[in-house]
Design a protein around this ligand. Structure first.
Ligand code: ZN
Length: 279
């Protein structure tokens, strides 16, 4: 399995510009820019040499004043909602219920670590897919779905290839850059996210959290991407690109430091409502 999952930054989607450009001063002015990032995880069997690397990895983007912004959610928004499509997560109803419980537990852990207020909004039948995934999510800011690449109806183009077959999971986000008015500094914030998990590899991941190669760790890894974390070379970290067998699951010190950097400890972003409602 790949030690290092692929990284893709689709400079995709809308440059949803024109709408507000003629607005009067102090009204929302500048263009928004939508960028998607997607990163992958694979299941792994063993640990190789642990390279010493940065404790965490975040993405920064250049702003119009020459500064750079760390790409993250506004931790001060009232909620960051997510929906779950677990229909392919397990063959039995009880198994699917357990998968949903794992998703909710993983988001709760990520919320505790980052302060980003994840809130479960219910189930969905949707599979995030295609270049416009961020504009089509089903009544939530994040959709988590198990997918099967064998059939067109259950496939997602967002699940990236691994070195052999498909990645076990891919998580990503979409962010926008805006200004609050003419002459105001630009800001950046994530506003949408997705996680797609390969149902064909369900058996590679032990349900729950704890020891082994767990589904819990896979979910924590992908939620880390949704929050803005990238991969690190330190194999102790959950953000190592391969989900490794462990004696216990959960974010490690480097992951936790990264989540603090992305979360409520770094203050609010005060994203105006129009940034994500404008198309
Ligand atoms: Zn990853």
């Amino acid at each position: 399995m790949a030690r290092r999952g692929g990284t893709r930054r689709g400079r995709a989607l809308t440059a949803a510009a024109a709408a507000a450009v003629t607005a009067v001063a102090l009204a929302p002015a500048a263009a928004t820019t939508t960028v998607s990032a997607a990163l992958t995880a694979t299941a792994g069997a063993n640990t190789s040499s642990a390279a010493v690397g940065a404790p965490y990895s975040v993405t920064t983007v250049p702003l119009n004043d020459g500064s750079r912004a760390v790409v993250r959610w506004d931790p001060c928004q009232s909620s960051v909602t997510y929906r779950v499509n677990a229909s392919l997560a397990a063959p039995t109803k009880a198994g699917r219920a357990k998968a949903l419980a794992d998703v909710r537990a993983a988001f709760a852990k990520a919320r505790a670590a980052s302060g980003v207020p994840f809130v479960y909004a219910g189930t969905t039948t949707q599979i995030p897919n295609g270049g416009n995934w961020s504009g089509t999510l089903d009544r939530a800011e994040i959709v988590v779905a198990w997918v099967s690449q064998k059939k067109a109806k259950t496939r997602s183009s967002l699940l990236l290839p691994g070195t052999r077959g498909w990645s076990a999971g891919t998580g990503g986000y979409s962010y926008k850059i805006w200004t609050d008015g003419y002459g105001q500094p630009a800001k950046a914030a994530i506003g949408r996210g997705f996680i797609v998990l390969d149902a064909g590899q369900n058996k590679s991941f032990k349900p729950g959290f704890g020891s082994g190669v767990t589904r819990g760790d896979l979910l924590l890894h992908e939620i880390g991407h949704v929050l803005g974390l990238g991969h690190v070379s330190h194999s102790d970290s959950i953000m190592f690109p391969t989900i490794l067998p462990r004696t216990s699951s959960g974010y490690r010190s480097g992951d936790l430091a990264g989540l603090v950097r992305l979360g409520s400890a770094r203050g609010c972003l005060n994203v105006p409502g129009w940034v994500w409602t404008q198309r």
